[in-house]
Write a protein that binds this ligand. Sequence first.
Ligand code: SAM
Length: 225
Amino acid sequence: MTDNEREKEREGERQETAKLYYNRFSKVYDLLSPKAYYHKARFQAVKELRLTRGKTVLIVPVGTGQSIAYFQDYLENCGTVVGIDISRGMLDKAQKKIVQNKWNNVRLLNRDVARFDHSTVGEVLEINDFQGFDAVLCELGLSIFPEWQNVIDNLVSMLSQAGRIVIMDWYIEQPSLRGSLLKWIGKGEVNRPLWQYLETKVNDFRIDSSFNRGGVFVASGTRAG
Ligand SMILES: C[S@@+](CC[C@H](N)C(=O)[O-])C[C@H]1O[C@@H](n2cnc3c(N)ncnc32)[C@H](O)[C@@H]1O
């Protein structure tokens, strides 16, 4: 087995672990991570997407769907919201919110984000000549995804011309009790300089790292070229 094949195998195992973990965690996710906890950051993240009624947007990973309501403030139940997540348990919770709120513009997909890219998106969504998403929100995911740089590349490539991308995530540079706790709960890494990579891929880059006592940032940009 080559190093590449071994790495791919380890990757598959890590994804399987994430799926099983989040299937269990889904039962208590909204209790342990209530909407109010990330309200300011999510509000700002969705505002930075500069949405208007009827746009086509992607939420990765959509989790239990806590951010969908923020999108509907702009989309008004029109356009299309696509939410991707690897965990069926998390998606079931999101689906409950969709039914309760009578949102009929949301489509949930049980997918590994690393296997969802520009070449497959049109086919998966059954849209001929797909022109890309007007906006992509990647929230609390890149600190978990092993291939996070590839995922950023994929997300940017799925944007329409002048489409907007926002990353909302944790960044704690120095080891700390809070950082260790977050790593343990989320099974991710809190010290990845995610926004630095985004900055090299987009125009009009902006960042605000003032959320959750300086631990959470919202970084945004517009598709270049
Ligand atoms: C910390 S939760 C964040 C959920 C949601 N974005 C939020 O803000 O509440 C991380 C999510 O990433 C999902 N996830 C982990 N690895 C994934 C992958 N490879 N593809 C898609 N989703 C993944 C988990 O199932 C989980 O729902």
